[in-house]
Design a protein around this ligand. Structure first.
Ligand SMILES: Cc1cc2nc3c(=O)[nH]c(=O)nc-3n(C[C@H](O)[C@H](O)[C@H](O)COP(=O)(O)OP(=O)(O)OC[C@H]3O[C@@H](n4cnc5c(N)ncnc54)[C@H](O)[C@@H]3O)c2cc1C
Length: 383
């Protein structure tokens, strides 16, 4: 692997702040400042445009490493990595329509993901947000986006909505708003079980304007073969899996530390790391965790190397996300069982990982959607 931009010292400082952000329900401002300084926003930007020229394999590994220190920081900044990764996937395939995203990222802009909507289980294939054409190629957006990570800090927010001007050909129109735009508000409503530092607040779009030059796609409603959809899926599913893999990795480290620290009267005061039951439990978690890295690496390398799996891409990507997020829940559970009741204290890092890891259930593709994708792949569409 290319050398990480996250030095051990930086990672230790980020780890040192995570408990405080969680306790105070606070955004990771200090982490963000240090990550910007380390070049973290420009990982995907080609060197010719001031970036570090990394591919998805490298960035996924960086995200795993960051998540071992601070899952909420990693999950939130993932949204920036997703947009810049989308721009890179398109660029690598001859489409420079989002090159400006990579350039702005290198100049320090922070991209967030404002796509999720309450009651929209079609995710990218439909929208409850209204996109009204302004007559000059731009749009005004009306709707509510939920779970917008990095609400206190983003400077560019990717959104989309439905333009139903022509009822026979409704379009899903994607664009980016800038923080200084008028016509949107951010609610102060993030108070969750886990991933607290992500500050993924609700964003209400009330006529916010996106000029023509920041509108980047108009797609039909429903599944689309447009490369943008592949680019979003590939980056979203794999980078998300990478974050959750980092949670599992850290949980095992903590279980090992706990096993070495705790002693057993039954075993004459010896360390629990020598207790066969505890050894089995930690080994079991490690066996499952070990299988995650090659899955992420292989799929990410295939994206970087322009391997064309055609229709098989979607089950592949969804499969990695679901297997990783589900497995890591078991890994954290095993680590907690091996570590004892101290992990039940709200100040415990393992306890925090237990809360954070639950969020993996809710990100697209959720379990239902993943099963539907696989059912279609193996059985064909239902009659
Ligand atoms: C930690 C975390 C960070 C995330 N970050 C991002 C991000 O940065 N960007 C992003 O786009 N997404 C993000 N997501 C969102 C995620 O991808 C899902 O969209 C989100 O979890 C909602 O899932 P759901 O639809 O199952 O929730 P639900 O519980 O079904 O709904 C969520 C909310 O929508 C309301 N709602 C549901 N149905 C309706 C309806 N018919 N009409 C009106 N309101 C309704 C509910 O009352 C509830 O308040 C994040 C999720 C998590 C957990």
């Amino acid at each position: 692997m290319t050398e990480s931009v996250l030095s051990d010292e930086l990672l230790a400082r980020i780890r040192g702040r995570a408990a405080g952000y969680d306790r105070d329900n606070a955004f990771f401002h200090e982490d963000l400042a240090e990550l910007v300084e380390a070049g973290y926003l420009r990982l995907f930007t080609p060197t010719a445009h001031g970036g570090l020229g990394r591919g998805l394999l490298d960035v996924a590994r960086e995200q795993t490493r960051l998540a071992t220190a601070a899952p909420a920081t990693a999950l939130a900044i993932n949204m920036h990595q997703v947009w810049t990764g989308v721009a890179k996937v398109l660029l690598d395939r001859g489409d420079d329509s989002l090159l400006w995203v990579l350039k702005e990222a290198a100049a320090g802009e922070l991209f967030a993901f404002g796509n999720s909507e309450g009651g929209n289980d079609q995710v990218l294939f439909d929208s409850r947000t209204r996109a009204e054409p302004d007559g000059d190629g731009g749009y005004r957006y009306y709707g509510t986006k939920i779970f917008t990570s990095m609400s206190p800090a983003w400077t560019r927010l990717g959104i989309f909505g439905k333009d139903a001007t022509d009822p026979d050909n409704p379009r899903l129109v994607h664009g980016f708003i800038t923080r200084d735009s008028e016509g949107y508000t951010i609610k102060d409503d993030w108070d969750t079980l886990g991933m607290r530092a992500s500050q993924s607040c609700t964003t209400v779009l009330d006529g916010v304007h996106v000029p023509a030059e920041r509108i980047f796609r108009s797609l039909p409603v429903g599944p689309s073969a447009d490369p943008l959809i592949f680019a979003i899926f590939a980056n979203f599913e794999l980078l998300l899996a990478a974050v959750y893999a980092g949670i599992g990795q850290r949980a095992i480290e903590l279980a090992v530390e706990s096993g070495r620290r705790r002693t057993s009267l039954k075993h004459g005061g010896r360390s629990l790391a020598d207790d066969p039951d505890i050894r089995w439990r930690i080994a079991d978690a490690a066996i499952w965790q070990d299988g995650l890295y090659p899955q992420i690496d292989q799929a990410a390398a295939d994206v970087d190397n322009l391997v064309d799996h055609q229709a098989a891409w979607f089950p592949k990507l969804v499969g990695v996300k679901v297997r990783v997020t589900e497995t890591v829940r078991q890994v954290v559970d095993g680590a907690i069982r091996a570590s004892g009741g101290s992990s039940y204290f709200s100040s415990s890092e393992l306890g925090r990982l237990y809360r954070d890891v639950l969020a993996g259930l809710f990100h697209p593709s959720d379990d239902e959607s993943a099963h539907s994708t696989f059912a279609n792949a193996v059985l064909g569409p239902p009659a």
